[in-house]
Design a protein around this ligand. Structure first.
Ligand SMILES: C[S@@+](CC[C@H](N)C(=O)[O-])C[C@H]1O[C@@H](n2cnc3c(N)ncnc32)[C@H](O)[C@@H]1O
Length: 225
């Protein structure tokens, strides 16, 4: 698997990178089985074709990339970007074990910068983003969605999983939101109003599902330009 060092980072990114470097060894243990089911559902909703060029933004330890590799044959391509070098190392470990390391291109660094530079010429049929937008500030989300618009094929699809800001007041969600305020370094996914964000950027929603992850509302959304 090819790994390319990305462009320079801002301080906010540097803190995030350090956090995810630290988490990388334990990430697959703490990201629960239910998350894997959401991932399966999102990938199914994306209807991935064997010749698709797929990009995952914030690929983490590569649990989705490995699944995506099962759909893609040799005319397609799989690319992952992540801020954290150690998360990327985990992808490398998994893909080597499965002998698919040559099928996945990996880039380490800020997704916006990498898409503006190293991947500038690339157009993708599918872009997948799972539990990533909600750890970015609003300006970064806007930058990312603007660059996605430039690099998604006119017939392409974007699949997003994110914790959804809703009126839901169940106890688990209330505690989760409190923890996000008190210990944002650890509970770093803040619920976002993804419907409004996508609407502001003129994305059209094809299909969505709202699923409760132990009481926390999660939106799986497939959209296009
Ligand atoms: C909560 S984890 C989600 C990982 C994976 N997508 C999943 O669903 O398991 C967020 C990931 O996004 C990455 N990330 C955060 N900001 C990023 C950025 N600006 N560019 C690229 N990756 C980023 C982090 O390093 C981390 O691996």
């Amino acid at each position: 698997m090819k790994r390319k060092r990305g462009s320079n980072m801002t301080n906010g990114n540097e803190d995030l990178r350090k956090n995810y470097d630290k988490l990388s060894k334990y990430y697959d243990f703490i990201s629960i089985n239910a998350e894997s089911k959401l991932q399966d559902l999102a990938l199914k909703m994306l209807n991935i074709q064997p010749d698709a060029n797929v990009l995952e933004i914030g690929c983490g330890t590569g649990s989705a990339l490995i699944k995506i590799a099962n759909y893609i044959k040799k005319d397609g391509s799989i690319t992952g970007i992540d801020l954290s070098e150690k998360m990327i190392n985990q992808v490398n470990k998994k893909s080597r074990k499965m002998k698919i390391e040559n099928e996945i291109k990996l880039y380490q660094g800020d997704a916006v910068k990498i898409m503006q530079n190293e991947l500038k010429q690339n157009i993708y049929d599918l872009i997948y983003i799972s539990f990533v937008l909600e750890i970015m500030d609003n300006e970064k989300i806007d930058q990312l969605l603007r660059i996605i618009k430039k690099q998604i094929h006119p017939d392409g699809k974007i699949g997003i999983i994110s914790i959804l800001q809703t009126e839901d007041q169940n106890i688990v969600f209330r505690i989760y939101k409190k923890l996000n305020k008190i210990i944002p370094n650890i509970i770093d996914c803040k619920p976002i109003d993804l419907f409004s964000i996508l609407g502001n950027h003129k994305f059209m929603i094809d299909e969505y599902k709202i699923v409760a992850l132990y009481g926390i509302p999660v939106l799986i959304c497939i959209c296009h330009l």
